[in-house]
Design a protein around this ligand. Structure first.
Ligand code: APR
Length: 318
């Protein structure tokens, strides 16, 4: 159990995070900051606090419009940002279109993290994922162990769910990794997809696999269209919690994490989803997977897509 976890942004994802962190007893104190009037963060935390007696948890919850509330948090989960919503013509903004709005919000986040908890472990969820973590890194200059983005755990969970459905097996039997940038170029790694230790191809034919991999790449948009009011929030929150628990309980668990590459996979200075071992010190190791030639090619393409968005970040902050 940590002493204190801070959540930045108390909307859909932040709300699920707050209740789950409390129910799972992951910290003695949970702090939520959100700028929304009249006082969304305070309201959400009061609501959850009033339910604590019935779920038998003694977590102390505090919400505020002021960033001071996250002072000295051991871990921060950042969800501050605008989610994707269908435009009036029905089309979806890409995650990249969110960039300029969410960059401004991100700079407020990093300024306050620097001020109130400069030694924290930071997991960021706001989109466009890899670009926002890249900007956080520029502003915070954290060692790479302490700054990471959540996307791959969610993308892999989606892939695992689709595969389990197609194979008619438990989701618990499906192991999978989705790597690369969190966008249309993400790469479901078929060669590492296993059902109860056996190659996925034993259970699902190649055409179906290809269709499911395409569905995985578009899975976020599928939910956005159905909801009509915002983007997925339960599965992203649970995915971030999988990362948080690996760190809190020093699990040494390997999962896809958006982390700053320093030569691994032939990439320097970009945040991209790769398998990483998470433990008490955060990102303790990066694992270089043996990819097939076509997966290597796809990884290169995904790196270029992330490079493009990060160069947009560089241009926007001039
Ligand atoms: N500081 C703190 N909170 C902020 C700030 C800020 N400067 N700016 C905006 N927020 C808050 C909003 O008031 C809102 O309550 O962030 C919250 C975001 O919540 P939602 O709009 O419900 O979005 P959510 O679905 O939670 O997604 C958050 O994660 O998956 C990504 O694309 C998604 O970027 C989006 C983020």
């Amino acid at each position: 159990m940590l002493k204190k976890i801070g959540i930045i942004g108390g909307g859909n994802i932040g709300g699920v995070l707050a209740q789950e962190l409390a129910k799972r007893n992951l910290a003695k104190q949970i702090a939520l900051v959100d700028v929304k009037e009249p006082d969304l963060a305070k309201g959400k935390m009061l609501d959850i606090s009033e339910g604590m007696p019935v779920v038998s948890a003694d977590t102390v919850l505090e919400g505020s419009k002021s960033y001071e509330v996250i002072e000295n948090a051991d871990m921060i989960i950042n969800t501050a940002g605008v989610p994707r919503k269908p435009k009036p013509d029905g089309s979806l903004p890409s995650r990249e279109e969110l960039l300029s709005t969410n960059l401004k919000i991100t700079d407020i986040v990093s300024e306050n993290v620097k001020k109130f908890c400069p030694k924290t472990m930071l997991i960021s969820i706001a989109n466009p994922l890899d670009a926002i973590v890249y900007r956080l890194n520029m502003q915070l200059n954290f060692p790479r162990e302490r700054l990471m983005g959540m996307a791959g755990v969610l993308d892999s969970s989606r892939y695992r769910f689709f595969i389990a459905q197609a194979a008619g097996v438990s989701v618990e039997n499906v192991q999978a990794m989705v790597l690369g940038g969190h966008g249309d170029s993400m790469i479901p790694i078929r060669s590492a997809c296993r059902i109860a230790g056996m190659p996925v191809e034993k259970f699902v034919d190649p055409d179906t696999l290809e269709a499911l991999e395409n569905r995985t790449r578009k899975a976020g948009g599928e939910v956005v269209k159905l909801l009509g009011v915002g983007s997925a929030f339960v599965s992203p929150a649970w995915s971030a919690l999988e990362m948080a628990e690996a760190i809190i309980f020093d699990k040494k668990k390997i999962m896809p994490v958006s982390v700053r590459l320093e030569g691994e996979y032939g990439v320097e200075g970009l945040f991209i989803g790769v398998p990483a071992l998470l433990g008490a010190n955060g990102v303790e190791r990066i694992i270089e997977m043996d990819l097939t030639d076509s997966e290597k090619e796809a990884f290169k393409k995904s790196t270029e897509a992330v490079r493009k968005t990060t160069s947009e970040v560089d241009a926007l902050i001039q």
